[in-house]
Design a protein around this ligand. Structure first.
Ligand code: CU
Length: 165
């Protein structure tokens, strides 16, 4: 009897090791996506929404779609794209954001972005917001985004011309 029980435990352990191995393999197999330069644009304390940006790189030979973003502390999170509609910039909700095969999609102001809507509390400059990207290949990517001001060129250099005369 005692021997049987020990045997059962050993079998359970073996199964556990096999399962662990399979899970680890699955995680390793999903390393086609990498992210960099993640940030969230600062907003006033009463802002109804915040823009999130990140560079997403796809090292696989197939397009991968970003289909969902999860984070706590927001009513909902949408995928958006700012598009030029007859000279007016409009934000359009997207079902997904495509990351081309062996390519990079930059989520940035004026283009693709993540819209964090209805924050419980608007994060402050310097805060880190964590969110998870969900892709259509079943993989997920955890992102730690710094809350900061936009560093986009706003044509200031035009007013900084040097006079050599
Ligand atoms: Cu938006």
């Amino acid at each position: 009897m005692c021997f049987l029980i020990i045997n059962n435990i050993m079998i359970t352990k073996k199964i556990a090791i096999v399962v662990l191995f399979l899970v680890t393999s699955a995680v390793l197999a999903e390393s086609h996506i990498s992210v960099s330069e993640s940030w969230i644009r600062t907003a006033p304390p009463n802002a109804p929404m915040l823009g999130g940006f990140v560079n997403i790189n796809n090292s696989s030979d197939k397009e991968i779609k970003l289909i969902q973003v999860n984070a706590s502390g927001f009513k909902r999170i949408e995928l958006h794209r700012t598009v030029d509609s007859n000279g007016t910039m409009k934000m359009m909700r997207q079902d997904y954001i495509p990351i081309p095969a062996h390519g990079l999609t930059k989520l940035e102001p004026g283009s693709w972005h993540i819209m964090f809507i209805g924050p419980d509390e608007v994060p402050k400059e310097g805060d880190i917001v964590m969110f998870s990207l969900v892709f259509d290949d079943g993989s997920k990517q955890m992102v730690h985004a710094l809350v900061r001001k936009s560093m986009m060129m706003n044509h200031d250099h035009n007013s900084m011309q040097m006079n050599h005369d």
